[in-house]
Design a protein around this ligand. Structure first.
Ligand code: ASP
Length: 472
């Protein structure tokens, strides 16, 4: 008989079914043994009685997390045995065959709690077990739904999803690059993208007009609760748009996503309030203010747009990947256009500290959940940005010649945005950090404890790559 999922049994009293899943709990009441069998969809109680000796003996033997296939008849529970906490609480299963598909070691921690009480090292090392808990399972399923909603929404709006390379050249977003050595070109390195920024702009030059991608980005920064070395953005770019167009479509997308998938949430203010950077700093002392009316209400969502950021800030000279060679570095993105009225200053390299960018950031409950801008689609304007940052003509050509060239071949005016999917989900799922909404995240010190990565290379691999390791 074909296996069905446990949630489907709720209305099947009297029918024969075959179920597969994990032993969630086993309760031995002397004569009766109850096993709660769990699959992705739910839990069902199976009742083993001594008269069915063979199954009873199997039930005696099994332990939590063993994997079983059980066939039997669904029966209605006596009313006083109803469990109203679960959808299958009015029925149970009388087994007619039981097969052990897999035995299990005793799990290193409880799986029937929310898991937040367990040390993270252990949870990460055994992430495949940690993901069995209800809370984590729900987070992953909601993540899937949100991403699917984004895809469907943008498809309807005429966007095309296009993948861009992971092995590429450095693209500055203000962090350090992760680099990958090239075997075929010893001594040369790819960089993993800090974002698909340059590719998406090149797709606008190519004429796609509306692009998106569920894009993995890599930034070598110190990890924080709301930051991971690799994370996922909803990366978007559009041609022939102004700032308002990008903000409007992003806003509609978020409102619909929340209203369709999280009906219990309330958005504080629609349309989202818009504040200039200066206003936000003066009023709230933050460029990602939390504007909730009731900051303790986890169902309240306060989105806000922040605009009119300074384009440049004095460079700290720290070389934090910000390509800061001169006295100035970009605050957000070197590819952004300045506000129209400041284009003259940019081209002349005048009043640098006062130039405002077309950048818009989206804040949610005190977190920055995305940002974007209208881009410089004229090569001389992009060049002017790098000049202000102290790059020589030669350095500009070497690092960004390909972008300048592309902009010389009929680039449409364009702009975009990239909301962070992990942070958005963290807020929506009321989670304390983004690791709770990522299936296999890195720990606070940037490791994957389950895979034991990063790890050393063999001498053979190092030789092939032409690499020598300096031991500290
Ligand atoms: N590339 C930017 C980022 O990753 C987003 C954008 O400007 O579209 O923050």
């Amino acid at each position: 008989m074909k296996r069905i999922s446990i949630s489907e049994t709720a209305n099947k009293a009297g029918e024969k079914v075959t179920l597969c899943g994990w032993v969630h709990t086993r309760r031995d009441h002397g004569k009766l043994i109850f096993i709660d069998l769990r699959d992705r969809s739910g839990i069902i109680q199976i009742v083993f009685t001594p008269d069915k000796k063979e199954f009873y003996e199997t039930a005696n033997k099994v332990r939590p997390e063993w994997v079983l296939r059980v066939a039997g008849t669904v029966s209605a529970r006596p009313e006083k045995m109803f469990n109203n906490e679960i959808p299958t609480g009015k029925i149970e299963l009388q087994p007619e065959s039981v097969e052990i598909l897999s035995e299990a070691l005793t799990p290193p921690f409880a799986l029937d709690t929310n898991g937040l009480e367990i040390g993270e090292e252990n949870r990460m090392k055994y992430r495949y077990l940690d993901l069995r808990r209800d809370r984590m399972k729900n987070n992953m399923i909601m993540r899937h739904r949100v991403i699917k909603f984004f895809r469907d929404y943008l498809d309807k709006e005429g966007f095309v999803e296009i993948e861009t390379p992971l092995l590429t050249k450095s693209t500055p977003e203000g962090a350090r690059d992760y680099v990958v050595p090239s075997r075929l070109h010893p001594g040369e390195f790819f960089a993993l993208p800090q974002s698909p920024q340059q590719y998406k702009q090149l797709l606008m030059v190519a004429g796609f007009e509306k692009y998106f991608q569920i894009a993995r980005c890599f930034r070598d920064e110190d990890t924080r609760g709301d930051r991971q070395p690799e994370f996922t953005q909803l990366d978007m770019e559009m041609s022939f748009v102004e700032r308002e167009d990008v903000m409007d479509i992003t806003e509609s997308l978020f409102i619909e996503t929340v209203e369709k998938l999280f009906p219990e949430k309330k958005i504080t203010q629609k349309p989202f309030p818009r504040l200039s950077y200066r206003e936000a700093m003066e009023k709230y002392g933050s460029d990602k203010p939390d504007l909730r009316k009731n900051k303790t209400d986890s169902n309240e969502l306060s989105f806000a747009w922040i605009t009119d950021f300074p384009f440049f800030e004095p460079s700290a000279g720290s070389g934090q990947g910000k390509t800061d060679k001169g006295g100035w570095t970009f605050t957000h993105n070197p590819f952004s256009a300045p506000k129209k009225e400041h284009m003259g200053w940019l081209l002349e390299g005048k009043n640098i500290g006062e130039i405002l960018t077309t950048q818009y950031d989206l804040a949610l409950n005190g977190f920055e959940i995305g940002g974007g801008s209208i881009r410089n689609h004229r090569p001389e304007a992009l060049k002017a940005v790098f000049k202000i940052m102290g790059f020589s003509d030669e350095e500009i050509e070497k690092g960004f010649g390909h972008m300048l060239r592309a902009l010389e071949f009929g680039a449409p005016p364009h702009g975009g945005i990239a909301p962070g999917i992990d942070r958005f989900l963290m807020v929506l799922m009321n989670e304390p950090n983004i690791r709770e909404v990522i299936a296999f995240p890195k720990t606070g010190d940037g490791r994957d404890l389950m895979m034991e990565a990063p790890s050393e290379l063999s001498m053979g691999q190092l030789n092939e790559l032409g690499l020598d390791i300096k031991k500290k």
